[in-house]
Design a protein around this ligand. Sequence first.
Ligand SMILES: [Zn+2]
Length: 207
Amino acid sequence: MSSTLRIHWAIAPEIAPQPLINCNRCGTVKAYRCSGKFRVNANGKRIDVWLIYRCVDCDNSWNFGIFERCNRRDIEPALLQALESNDPGLARRHAFDVIALRNRVGRLEEFPDVVVQKRVLGGTRESAALELQLGLEMPTSLRLDRLLASELGISRSRLQVLEERRLLVVDPDGAKALRKPARAGMTVRVDLAGEPDHEAIIRSAGG
Ligand SMILES: [Zn+2]
């Protein structure tokens, strides 16, 4: 097999994690959904900024602290402007900041769903070898084998067999990588020459 079809996968999470909070209005633990809106409170030189979450059932709000008791001089004017105008990209970055969120609330509901944009980098569609280059907008908890199974349309057990026969190679991390979360910079090479449905798989991959 001389030529390889190289495809870049840009992977973006679909649903932001939802903190599980003891909702005082519902009287029980509920998931809170990001509203996409910031609340900026300027008091003299001091600024507090929160991202507002709402209970999925009763709409009660919870504030996720982004800046607390921060000196106005420490916040760039462009950033302040973005916060005050509820910049969607900025809200998204904070809404997906799993580590900061978990530090605040302890428990989160996370959603592994992702959107994958596929772009051919080179090679020919007639080849039966694939090289997938993974790009992640932000870290994901989605396992590599689940990602590959859903995007290539083949089962995880079949991926395992391909890996065992060294027809599927993940760089870095090798054999263990399939069961771990997909990471940015990973390359997955698959030799499909012996697979009768290789054309369908290559089409699913974005070829
Ligand atoms: Zn509630």
